[in-house]
Ligand binder design. Structure first.
Ligand code: LLP
Length: 421
């Protein structure tokens, strides 16, 4: 991301001082570098093209859904992964081509299935045995599906964002014969066409060990059961760097290891090379986004901690309280060589756990200073809430040195729009 201190010692994104964005749009504010988002999409495409395998890369819209973003995804030749009727609605509203959308979810409602069928989406990712019956009953013609399997592989990441272990609500497990039952049920259905297999072992995974082990396991399993597929969807999960402690694992290296593994295991058992599908979310938008906050109250508790409170909190960043996530925070309105002090950045919501960054090192800050939290582009706005009747912040995109509003800040009227008077 093109974020540097300018000649006035202010942090600037593509030469726009963040203070200018603060003055124009107010804080809290989500700011995305659109060039960075587009570049991430292009890196996926380029690496997959270089590998020579047939592929589709889709954006996992749960990371951040917005009409303007979905238009960019379409321009960058990305497919779209949705998990709810709301995400599908937003995508269709953006004019996203339905045939490039696939629908996930462990409990799709009949209304969602009907809506997706009417819209003409490309694929359903079937997650349970009963879903086969429900889609079959609701469809009037052929429906292409992938079956989500639970491969029984544990990814090295936070347990709440791990999904591939045996004891999971997602997919049908290979081990217990449920996946095979799912395949046979799809084959016996009237309308469902089995196009392939899907797995997703977790999110923010460092390295490719878990993914390549799963690819091998799945291809062997398919071969052993004489199941032929056109598409293998390996989910998302590519990690990003929140702090210097996160090791950077380049997309290019990950894709090379994944495609090399796929090729070699298919050659080994003489299995036809399937089209490789992937659906990254965090890796597309995570590092492209930052959050700006204005500092308010400061409390120095002698020999204990300094609490710096900002004008947002767990309503726009739930990840610290939910996953004990770590962030890099920068003082954006001035650069100082002052000594760093132990600081905790607290939100303004009525809960002790409302912390954005605990025990970080920051120079002395004052009320009115502007703070910038890095790598908040994925799972922040999309997980925002109205707790304490906080209004969801605005979202701004910066492209080629120009900024534009893509989501307005919620108004007070928005907060009571659904209340019956
Ligand atoms: N595909 C499936 C089926 C998924 O469940 C997910 C994420 C993705 C793709 C995209 O994964 P990514 O590339 O973004 O890692 N709220 C958590 C993350 C939950 C991820 C849920 N599924 C967080 O803030 O870290």
């Amino acid at each position: 991301m093109d974020l540097t201190y300018n000649e006035h010692n202010q942090l600037a994104l593509q030469d726009i001082p963040l203070t200018e964005l603060q003055e124009t749009y107010g804080t809290p504010l989500f700011v995305y570098d659109e060039n960075h988002i587009r570049n991430q999409c292009r890196r996926f495409h380029q690496s997959l093209k270089n590998s020579g395998v047939e592929y589709t890369v889709s954006y996992a819209s749960k990371a951040f859904s917005s009409i303007q973003l979905f238009r960019i995804m379409n321009e960058e030749n990305m497919g779209l992964d949705v998990v709810s009727d709301g995400e599908l609605y937003t995508a269709l509203k953006a004019g996203f081509p339905a045939e490039h959308i696939h629908f996930h979810g462990n409990n799709k409602t009949n209304e969602e299935i009907r809506y997706a069928l009417e819209a003409g989406i490309g694929l359903f990712v079937v997650d349970s045995l009963s879903e086969v019956d429900r889609i079959d009953a609701l469809a009037n013609g052929p429906v292409d599906v992938l079956l989500r399997v639970n491969p029984g592989v544990e990814a090295h990441t936070h347990e709440f964002i791990q999904t591939g272990q045996e004891d999971s609500k997602f997919g049908l497990s290979l081990l217990h014969g449920l996946a095979l039952k799912g395949i046979r049920k799809i084959e016996a259905s009237r309308h469902l066409n089995l196009k392939g297999i899907h797995f997703h072992i977790g999110s923010q995974i460092f390295g490719t060990e878990g993914t390549t082990a799963t690819i091998k396991k799945v291809i062997h399993w398919l071969n052993d059961h004489d199941i032929h597929i056109e598409k293998l969807n390996i989910g998302g999960g590519f990690s990003i760097q929140y702090t210097d402690e996160d090791v950077r694992y380049p997309i290019e290296d990950a894709i090379k290891e994944i495609t090399d593994t796929l090729r070699s295991v298919c050659e080994e058992v003489d299995y036809p090379l399937p089209e490789l599908m992937m659906e990254p979310g965090r890796a597309i938008v995570g590092e492209a986004g930052i959050t700006l906050y204005t500092v308010g109250t400061i409390k120095d508790i002698p020999n204990t901690n300094t609490y710096v409170s900002i004008d947002g909190g767990m309503s726009d960043n739930i990840r610290t309280s939910l996953y004990d996530a770590k962030y890099t925070v920068k003082l954006a309105n001035r650069r100082t060589e002052d000594q760093l002090i132990r600081t905790t950045i607290a939100g303004k919501l009525c809960e002790s756990g409302d912390i954005i960054a605990k025990d970080i090192s920051l120079p002395h800050v004052e009320a009115g200073d502007l703070l910038c939290v890095l790598a908040t582009g994925a799972y922040h706005y999309s997980m925002a809430s109205n707790y304490n009747q906080m209004r969801k912040p605005a979202v701004v995109f910066v492209k080629d040195g120009q900024h534009r509003l893509v989501i307005k800040r919620q108004s007070f009227e928005d907060l009571v729009a659904n209340d019956v008077m």
